[in-house]
Write a protein that binds this ligand. Structure first.
Ligand SMILES: *[C@@H]1O[C@H](CO)[C@@H](O)[C@H](O)[C@H]1NC(C)=O
Ligand SMILES: *[C@@H]1O[C@H](CO)[C@@H](O)[C@H](O)[C@H]1NC(C)=O
Ligand SMILES: *[C@@H]1O[C@H](CO)[C@@H](O)[C@H](O)[C@H]1NC(C)=O
Ligand SMILES: *[C@@H]1O[C@H](CO)[C@@H](O)[C@H](O)[C@H]1NC(C)=O
Ligand SMILES: *[C@@H]1O[C@H](CO)[C@@H](O)[C@H](O)[C@H]1NC(C)=O
Ligand SMILES: *[C@@H]1O[C@H](CO)[C@@H](O)[C@H](O)[C@H]1NC(C)=O
Ligand SMILES: *[C@@H]1O[C@H](CO)[C@@H](O)[C@H](O)[C@H]1NC(C)=O
Ligand SMILES: *[C@@H]1O[C@H](CO)[C@@H](O)[C@H](O)[C@H]1NC(C)=O
Ligand SMILES: *[C@@H]1O[C@H](CO)[C@@H](O)[C@H](O)[C@H]1NC(C)=O
Ligand SMILES: *[C@@H]1O[C@H](CO)[C@@H](O)[C@H](O)[C@H]1NC(C)=O
Ligand SMILES: *[C@@H]1O[C@H](CO)[C@@H](O)[C@H](O)[C@H]1NC(C)=O
Ligand SMILES: *[C@@H]1O[C@H](CO)[C@@H](O)[C@H](O)[C@H]1NC(C)=O
Length: 487
């Protein structure tokens, strides 16, 4: 009896010892800096190697010591099934005590990535040298990414409390910083200067740049959808002072509770809030996402939550909401010509938001066998001032598209209710035909946003009739006009 108890307690003691030795990791959590030269090889044997609750492998190389809560780290990162890795800055949740075995592995939030388009494999190396700064090479030795450091000697790197990765010299002056090269996110404390872009990822697991980007320009903050034309889908005009002078040296800063524009020109108009939102519960970041929305995230103590959809626009005003050729009406997606048409079909009958495809493509061989499918009362997500229009009459507009096999559709807008005087927009790419807004009667787009004193710039909606350029074969609809029908 006694010996059994002794044995049990001995076993318990051994178990405790084992348990203890597993949970205690000799690597401290506080290692925000590294000195040149240093080299890291991406492998499971790096000092820190976690798997999050949703399967991402996280290998922080630099990490701030926080006894509890959120902190920024820089290192390798992958999405399951984890065949390839990104070099990223991410927000990690560290639970108390700071030992490995007790860290709560919630999915880290990636806020910056060096190698978005070229993930690397196991055994890729990251080198820090005084001459070149950081250099990322894949396992075959090929150069994937590097910081450009010219004529400066790098003493070390540091991940700061704000989430900035900084290369500094012997005097601690900054040589290069990730804040100057934003990817798809802004974090609190970060500034976006005029001309800098934030570009969305292609999807939540594909970090290749998508067609959506956000930029601060002379007239304000703009959201663009890039295709053959660069189409603006969001703007917030902030460009003048109260006396009408154009602001210079503009930048926007993400602060606790607002995103505010600053300019060196004006004292009175020095801080114009572009967005205001609830103050941070932990660490906030905002991300331009693959659907064109700019969303603000915060950790509520249990999970990451979306706090605000900052553009605050109608869903139909986002370019890709109904996919290729899709028509958005009151948040519903349909294909052109509805059920009677024989020209377009939904990509997936149960998921209208995936868009439509043309049943038969037009060919360049027989330009004469094209017809136009007419769709009235259509408005477009971009504004008149931001697309290349031709001022012409309706017949010429239709003819220009019919005669060009690259023209997928033409949009004609009358200027004075007169068919001989209007704007003609020809769209050569499927992508430019995403999310046409069909409205009867034409609904003015949800008014957009002005901060400060912009009065000169007027919103001019594109709305009118859309003509799809289609092959003649198939049942010719009453709505369709062949080239012969003109004249
Ligand atoms: C983390 O920081 C605390 C407070 O500065 C310090 O007491 C502790 O030793 C640090 N832990 C590690 C692992 O560096
Ligand atoms: C590192 O992470 C990988 C992937 O989760 C895992 O297979 C491996 O066992 C881990 N290695 C260590 C030393 O923890
Ligand atoms: C990484 O390199 C080590 C040492 O050269 C090698 O044993 C290992 O198989 C490599 N791992 C991969 C995934 O190639
Ligand atoms: C770098 O230094 C070299 C030699 O001093 C000089 O010729 C060159 O112009 C410098 N480059 C830059 C970009 O400053
Ligand atoms: C590195 O970052 C930490 C945290 O922001 C800061 O305390 C420290 O002074 C920085 N070190 C250098 C050399 O910049
Ligand atoms: C650089 O920063 C580190 C950490 O903050 C500090 O220990 C060091 O004295 C600083 N060096 C200089 C030259 O300011
Ligand atoms: C921002 O994007 C535009 C359009 O792609 C490009 O012309 C410009 O060079 C980019 N700016 C920066 C700083 O990369
Ligand atoms: C923006 O946030 C900062 C920091 O919380 C605050 O000091 C400032 O007053 C705010 N500005 C506006 C216009 O709300
Ligand atoms: C307009 O105001 C700015 C400062 O807000 C000032 O620098 C500028 O001289 C003023 N311009 C005119 C024409 O009054
Ligand atoms: C039409 O063209 C698209 C894009 O070029 C292509 O993906 C599709 O397969 C073509 N459809 C037909 C029916 O040829
Ligand atoms: C405008 O018309 C000219 C001449 O007909 C043509 O070359 C150009 O492609 C047209 N542009 C658009 C946007 O339709
Ligand atoms: C972009 O426009 C050019 C010339 O108009 C055309 O050749 C090209 O195919 C277009 N790109 C796409 C992806 O449609």
């Amino acid at each position: 009896m006694l010996s059994l108890m002794a044995l049990t307690s001995c076993l318990a003691f051994v178990a405790l010892l084992l348990c203890f030795s597993f949970s205690v990791n000799p690597q401290p959590n506080h290692y925000p800096t590294a000195s040149a030269p240093t080299s890291w090889t991406n492998s499971p044997s790096l000092p820190q190697n976690f798997t999050s609750s949703s399967g991402e492998i996280v290998r922080p190389l630099l990490r701030l010591n926080t006894t509890r809560g959120m902190s920024f780290a820089t290192g390798f990162y992958c999405f399951p099934p984890c065949k390839s890795f990104f070099l990223s800055i991410y927000i990690l949740y560290i639970d108390y005590p700071v030992y490995e075995g007790n860290v709560k592995y919630i999915p880290p939030q990636v806020i910056w990535s060096a190698n978005r388009a070229r993930p690397v494999s196991e055994n890729a190396t990251l080198q820090l040298t005084s001459q070149h700064g950081l250099t990322l090479r894949d396992s075959d030795g090929s150069l994937v990414w590097s910081t450009s450091v010219v004529n400066r000697s790098v003493a070390g790197i540091n991940v700061t409390e704000a989430g900035n990765l900084v290369l500094f010299d012997i005097n601690n002056s900054t040589i290069w910083q990730s804040f100057d090269h934003p990817t798809d996110c802004l974090v609190m404390g970060q500034t976006l200067a005029e001309g800098m872009n934030i570009t969305a990822n292609s999807s939540s697991i594909d970090l290749v740049e998508s067609q959506f980007y956000l930029t601060l320009r002379a007239y304000g903050l703009y959201g663009y959808f890039k295709s053959n034309h660069t189409l603006e889908y969001y703007y917030n005009i902030v460009y003048t002072t109260s006396n009408g002078t154009i602001l210079v040296d503009k930048s926007i800063k993400f602060m606790n509770g607002n995103l505010t524009m600053f300019s060196t020109l004006s004292d009175t108009d020095n801080a114009l809030p572009i967005f205001t939102f609830p103050p941070a519960k932990s660490i906030q970041y905002m991300r331009l996402e693959s659907d064109g929305h700019l969303r603000l995230y915060d950790y509520d103590g249990f999970q990451w939550e979306m706090v605000s959809d900052l553009f605050n626009m109608d869903n139909c005003d986002y370019p890709t909401v109904c996919g290729h050729y899709g028509i958005c009406n009151n948040g519903q997606c349909t294909c052109p010509a509805g059920t009677s048409g024989n020209y377009f079909k939904p990509v997936d009958n149960r998921r209208a938001e995936l868009g439509c495809y043309a049943i038969t493509n037009i060919t360049c061989q027989d330009v004469n066998s094209h017809l136009l499918l007419e769709l009235n009362n259509v408005s477009y997500f971009s504004d008149v001032d931001n697309v290349a229009f031709n001022t012409t009459d309706e017949e010429s507009c239709k003819r220009a598209c019919l005669g060009d096999c690259n023209c997928k559709a033409a949009l004609f807008q009358t200027l004075n209710g007169n068919l001989s005087d209007g704007n003609c927009l020809t769209l050569s790419e499927q992508l430019e035909l995403v999310s046409v807004l069909s409205t009867v009667p034409v609904k003015p787009k949800q008014s957009r946003f002005r901060t400060g004193h912009a009065t000169q710039m007027e919103e001019r909606e594109i709305c009118g009739t859309l003509y799809y350029n289609l092959p003649v074969d198939g049942n010719v609809s009453v709505l369709a006009t062949g080239l012969e029908g003109l004249n």
